[in-house]
Design a protein around this ligand. Structure first.
Ligand code: PGA
Length: 232
C-alpha cells in the first residue's frame, strides 16, 4: 500500500479547524502531520489515520527551551516524524548534521522518520545527474551512521508549493537512483493534486506522496486519497 502523508505545515490557525480537517482526512493508510500544538486534539478524533509530527529535537529531555523531544511525541501517540523538510533547512537554517542527530533520536524513541531531500532550481537546471549528485550528498550526510530503516521523501524544492510538479518519469528515475543507494520506501512531494497523483503512483518505485497545500482542502485530499487507492 502506498503511503499518503498530509503535511499541514503551519496551518490551520485554530484547534477547531484542525479537528474538522482531521475528521475529514481520517482515512486508512494516511499519516496526518499537524502542527505540534494540534497533535493532542487531532489524536483524539482520528481512528483510521495515524499521527505524524513535522519535526523533533535531538535531545531526550532537559534544558532545551522551546524544543520538542521525540520521546514526548512517541508518548503522545505519534508514529511518524517528517525530518529535514526544505522549509526547515531554508527558513530555520537546519543543517545536515542537525538532521542526522534528529533522525538518530527519532529512531531511538521508536518513531518512523520520513527524511526529506531534494535539489533547488539551479541544480536541476544542470540536469538529472546534478540533481542525483545533490540528493546523494544529502542522503550520505543525513543518514551517516543510521542503521535502521528510514522512509525517504524526494521533494525537489522548486516543486514545493509552486503548482509545478516534477515530471513523473523524472521523479521515478530519481526514486530508482535513491532506492539503489538505500533500499527503502521512497515517496514524492511537490505540488501533488488529485489531477496528477495517479501519474506518479503508477510507477512502482514511487511509494506514496507527501501532500502539502492540497491536504488543507478536505475535499481535494479525499479525491487524492481515492485516486491513490484505485489500482492503476
Ligand atoms: P506542496 O508541499 O504539496 O504544497 O507542494 C509538499 C511538501 O512540502 O511537503
Amino acid at each position: 500500500m502506498k503511503l499518503l502523508v498530509a503535511n499541514w505545515k503551519m496551518n490551520p490557525l485554530s484547534v477547531s479547524q484542525a479537528i474538522r480537517l482531521a475528521k475529514a482526512e481520517d482515512l486508512t493508510g494516511v499519516v496526518i502531520a499537524p502542527s505540534f500544538v494540534h497533535l493532542g486534539e487531532v489524536k483524539e478524533v482520528i481512528k483510521r489515520a495515524v499521527l505524524g509530527a513535522q519535526d523533533t529535537f535531538w535531545g531526550r529531555e532537559g534544558a532545551a527551551t522551546g524544543e520538542i523531544s521525540p520521546v514526548m511525541l512517541k508518548t503522545l501517540g505519534v508514529r511518524y516524524v517528517i525530518l529535514g523538510h526544505s522549509e526547515r533547512r531554508c527558513l530555520t537554517g537546519e543543517t545536515d548534521e542537525m538532521i542526522n542527530k534528529k533522525i538518530q533520536a527519532a529512531l531511538a524513541a521508536g518513531l518512523k522518520p520520513i527524511l526529506c531531500v531534494g535539489e533547488p532550481t539551479p541544480v536541476r537546471r544542470k540536469g538529472m545527474t546534478a540533481a542525483q549528485k545533490f540528493v546523494k550528498t544529502q542522503l550520505q550526510k543525513d543518514l551517516k551512521g543510521v542503521k535502521r530503516p528510514v522512509i525517504i521523501a524526494y521533494e525537489p524544492i522548486w516543486a514545493i508549493g509552486t503548482g509545478k510538479a516534477d515530471k513523473p518519469e523524472e521523479t521515478a528515475k530519481i526514486h530508482r537512483f535513491i532506492k539503489k543507494l538505500i533500499p527503502t520506501q521512497v515517496i514524492y512531494g511537490g505540488s501533488m493534486t488529485s489531477k496528477n497523483i495517479k501519474s506518479f503512483l503508477k510507477y512502482k518505485e514511487i511509494g506514496g506522496a507527501l501532500v502539502g497545500g492540497a491536504s488543507l482542502n478536505a475535499g481535494e485530499f479525499r479525491k487524492i486519497f481515492n485516486a491513490a487507492s484505485q489500482p492503476s
